[in-house]
Write a new protein. Structure first.
Length: 223
């Protein structure tokens, strides 16, 4: 019963319903005219929707959301803390493990970039290169699609050398394709790394000013 009760509280907090409190294991919701009660938050919400609002003027309707928020204060402090923690943890886990869906053409393009950039690197290194591209898509400082990130022009050249020299046009290996598939699950985001380089061959001094996150094989990954 406690678990069911907590889940109801979490659902109410996330959805910002008219749920206002718990009294004797009963959910209460403020409708503007009356208080409806139910053992289940979903049932309570349905009762709200079926309620008669004909006597509620426009001003009352507009103020209803404010009233609902204030009424949340009726939830016992300990219960509110537990609910807030549960919601935060849920959102954190969802964001951390959120998978990404991209078109088949973009998967192939990303796999070909991984093949060109990380050929000879370990499987982990290939996943990391794909992850950098996805991190750039997530970042407000880069284009918002896989294709536009890969084909981005910086100054007078492409951001990724394989696009510049044509190496990206070569087919991807099965390992590169699998690396892209794993990167899309977003289980490891490399702490938001959006750059990588090979210090043995890199000539750009600017990249060395970025914060190093990790080194995998011949590549250094940075924020």
């Amino acid at each position: 019963m406690k678990n069911i009760l907590l889940k109801s509280i979490v659902v109410a907090c996330v959805a910002t319903t008219a749920f206002i409190g718990i009294q004797n294991r009963t959910a209460e919701a403020f409708t503007g005219q009356r208080v409806v009660k139910s053992e289940n938050v979903w049932d309570t919400e349905q009762q709200q929707n079926k309620g008669n609002f004909s006597n509620i003027n426009k001003e009352q309707k507009n103020d209803q959301s404010d009233v609902q928020i204030k009424k949340m204060a009726q939830i016992p402090d300990k219960t509110k803390v537990l609910a807030k923690k549960s919601v935060k943890q849920f959102m954190k886990n969802r964001e951390k493990h959120k998978s990404v869906s991209i078109s088949a053409n973009e998967k192939d393009l990303l796999a070909r970039l991984v093949e060109a950039e990380a050929k000879g690197e370990s499987y982990e290194g290939k996943v990391a290169v794909a992850t950098v591209v996805l991190n750039r898509v997530d970042s407000p400082n880069f284009p918002d699609t896989v294709t536009s990130v890969i084909k981005q022009v910086v100054g007078h050249a492409y951001a990724f050398s394989p696009v510049q020299n044509g190496a990206i046009n070569k087919p991807a290996s099965s390992e590169a394709k699998q690396a892209v598939k794993q990167a899309l699950t977003r289980k490891n985001r490399l702490h938001g790394s959006v750059y990588f380089y090979n210090p043995k061959i890199a000539t750009d001094k600017w990249i060395q000013s970025r914060k190093v996150v990790t080194t995998i094989g011949n590549h250094v990954f940075l924020k």
